[in-house]
Design a protein around this ligand. Structure first.
Ligand code: SF4
Length: 326
């Protein structure tokens, strides 16, 4: 499945390391789809933050936002595809004025709806209705919370972001989110603040749980500890600080063949703000269309079939480093 597209993508592989597709072949592996059960919807690239690690180059200056026409196309696609999970993301998806419409329409189509939030957009003082809507429909919240260090967080994400995020977590806890048995799931995502790979996930989760509880009384369900993807603003920073080769080398040397089976692109399809399909959000950032073909959501009769091709490039090494990125 890899071969027909390898020539198309060779130009975007990082020159210092073996192309990702060749590494897979060397291990006797192929990367193609399993059953696709998750639809990821990128509501836009606008964001209130300009994080240094953002693979999408999102920020306040970006204008791309999904319009109601595309949202209707996506709702229709979800109706004919029967996904198990719909994963709403951005940019900051809260900044799309149509997010309420999206949630109201899709929550009856799918058993699990997730919202990826940076929390500061949600907690900007203008979105009380959204807090209530999330709770009413038991939307799973996956919140980025990069570090327990206030200075580090603010330098990566912007002034006072750490405190706004803590306030948002307290508010969500007061609504029932993050408490065992409440049915209101709150998970955190942390990531390194430099050109290194994340530490052990279980240990990080334990530490975050202890510190958040002790200092602020905050609880959560799970913590995911992900490596930064060398795309967008993070790639630019790696280049500017002369760290790109070193970082790519770390990802490459941490390649774990056992991670390939569980990669998210095997079971997820990602749709961009303008309705085009990608194998994941990282490929969206890289403008690598699903399976190497430009297809609009309105053209799809259902989920991409099992065994279909997944487009890959050097950033895929992020997903296969260590325990993987699922
Ligand atoms: S970046 Fe990761 S999820 Fe996306 S296609 Fe590559 S391996 Fe799959």
């Amino acid at each position: 499945m890899l071969n027909e597209h390898t020539s198309n993508i060779s130009s975007i592989e990082h020159s210092g390391i073996e192309p990702f597709s060749r590494t897979l072949s060397r291990h006797g592996l192929q990367l193609n789809r399993n059953n696709t059960h998750t639809l990821q919807v990128n509501l836009g690239i606008r964001c209130n933050q300009t994080c240094g690690h953002c693979h999408l180059n999102a920020g306040p200056g970006r204008k791309e936002n999904m319009d109601p026409g595309i949202i209707r196309e996506i709702i229709s696609y979800a109706q004919r595809s029967k996904f198990e999970t719909i994963d709403i993301t951005g940019g900051a998806p809260e900044l799309n004025p149509n997010i309420g419409m999206m949630i109201e329409e899709v929550f009856s189509l799918c058993p699990r709806i997730m919202l990826r939030s940076n929390l500061s957009a949600l907690n900007d003082g203008r979105r009380e209705y959204l807090f209530e809507l999330l709770k009413a429909h038991r939307i799973v919240i996956v919140a980025s919370f990069p570090s327990l260090n206030e200075a580090q967080t603010d330098s990566q994400r912007g002034d006072r972001i750490f405190q706004t995020t803590i306030d948002a977590l307290k508010k969500l806890n007061a609504m029932g989110y993050g408490h065992e048995g409440s049915g209101l799931e709150l998970s955190l995502v942390s990531n390194p603040t430099g050109a290194f790979l994340p530490p052990n996930q279980a240990q990080t989760e334990k530490r975050f749980r202890q510190v958040l509880k002790r200092k602020w009384g905050i609880v959560f369900n799970n913590l995911f500890n992900f490596a930064n993807v060398p795309l967008g603003r993070f790639r630019q920073w790696l280049v500017e600080t002369n760290n790109l080769d070193n970082y790519m080398g770390k990802l490459y040397s941490s390649f774990n063949p056992c991670s390939v089976d569980g990669l998210m692109c095997r079971s997820l399809v990602s749709v961009s703000w303008d309705g085009y399909l990608y194998d994941c959000d990282f490929n969206l950032a890289r403008e690598l269309f699903m399976g190497g073909h430009k297809i609009h959501v309105s053209e799809m009769s259902g989920p991409p079939p099992p065994h279909s091709h997944i487009a890959t490039a050097d950033h895929c090494y992020t997903c296969t480093a260590g325990s993987g990125f699922t």
